[in-house]
Design a protein around this ligand. Sequence first.
Ligand code: HEM
Ligand SMILES: *[C@@H]1O[C@H](CO)[C@@H](O)[C@H](O)[C@H]1NC(C)=O
Ligand SMILES: *[C@@H]1O[C@H](CO)[C@@H](O)[C@H](O)[C@H]1NC(C)=O
Ligand SMILES: *[C@@H]1O[C@H](CO)[C@@H](O)[C@H](O)[C@H]1NC(C)=O
Ligand SMILES: *[C@@H]1O[C@H](CO)[C@@H](O)[C@H](O)[C@H]1NC(C)=O
Length: 346
Amino acid sequence: MSEMAPKQLLPFLFLVPILLLLNVCKEAMAVKQLRRGFYSESCPAAESTVRKVIQRAMVKDPRSPASVMRLQFHDCFVNGCDASLLLDDTETMLGEKLSLSNINSLRSYEVIDEAKAELERICPGVVSCADIIIMASRDAVSLTGGPTWEVKLGRKDSLTASQEASDKVMPSPRANATYLINLFSQFNLSITDLVALSGSHSIGKGRCFSIVFRLYNQSGSGQPDPTIEPRFRRMLDGLCPKDGDGNVTGGLDATPLKFDNQYFKDLVQGRGFLNSDQSLFSGDARTREIVIKYSRDEKAFFKAFVEGMVRMGDLQSEEPGEIRKNCRVANHHPPDQMLHSIFLEA
Ligand code: HEM
Ligand SMILES: *[C@@H]1O[C@H](CO)[C@@H](O)[C@H](O)[C@H]1NC(C)=O
Ligand SMILES: *[C@@H]1O[C@H](CO)[C@@H](O)[C@H](O)[C@H]1NC(C)=O
Ligand SMILES: *[C@@H]1O[C@H](CO)[C@@H](O)[C@H](O)[C@H]1NC(C)=O
Ligand SMILES: *[C@@H]1O[C@H](CO)[C@@H](O)[C@H](O)[C@H]1NC(C)=O
């Protein structure tokens, strides 16, 4: 047999391990066919475990479902739904937790940690942090009175994060409807998706820091935003005095613990908390029409919201991925990342 391995074949033998490695790298690529019931064999209790953790967190802190659900938006808009949001800063990498929109604002990371810890106990190394965010957001909505739906799973967790990308893409509370329509379209999300997903502000709170400009100096005018209904404005002035504590919070709608269409009823009355919310009614005819519709038809809102969450959850990273052991740190450290990129470029 040794006679049958002529010299000419040697270069090809070298190729074998390289091709194998390339394949491994391809396998690690995060672009996956997402599907329902992804863990039904590998970790049948995955979805029920996450739900239990969200339920428990909600008893301790009734705001936590809102805070958890917001994580999906801030994860998926930065290089896809890959849990890049959850990585803590390292010596060589500024993560997303301290970006302009996230610092002193995002919360309930520890709820995701808890879900991860339980899942590592029952099926180690199987369920990605990116999927936990998606499952937890679904549970947050249904546990606060909103619709429920089946989530597509099978995401991988990123090896890195980007504070710069988060700064660039996450919208400010000052944003107007026109800006947001354009931003969402860059993610292939429609005007209907924008309005329906903004309905997530049916639960949770915002800080005075996010609204003082519109109470006292809208667009540098030295005047309040004229679209705020006067009695509501006096209430907000009381909550958020001009030089008061920016960390004081108020409900994003009149029923901040209940996922319902109250948010849209509020907008129609000029009682939106954020400029970005009120602008959907006051700033653009295309979004106003949809706001009015959802203010009258909660079922239509719920249906569009579910579709929007699924579409947002479909945003994927094209970078290599892994199943993290701890949502705050990548398993693979920089040398591996370099290897990955060398082979990916080959
Ligand atoms: C359309 C553009 C959006 C803008 C400009 C925006 C902006 C904001 C701001 C400024 C806050 C309050 C932060 C603070 O004051 O600390 C907030 C809270 C929140 N956002 Fe958004 N958001 C948008 C879309 C979304 C989407 C698509 C979701 C989820 C699907 C979402 C979920 C939430 C939730 C649940 C809260 C309350 C969080 C809590 O109570 O901890 N937002 N958002
Ligand atoms: C909306 O915001 C954009 C970007 O900040 C700004 O250029 C534009 O003038 C605003 N549009 C309206 C109608 O206020
Ligand atoms: C949006 O859709 C286009 C065309 O299908 C695609 O090329 C692009 O990658 C999509 N963008 C995002 C952010 O998914
Ligand atoms: C209002 O904002 C403008 C522009 O950002 C700024 O120049 C001005 O000093 C502000 N006025 C007050 C009273 O803070
Ligand atoms: C809110 O609290 C944080 C942490 O205590 C502090 O660093 C920050 O300056 C405060 N932000 C505002 C707007 O007051």
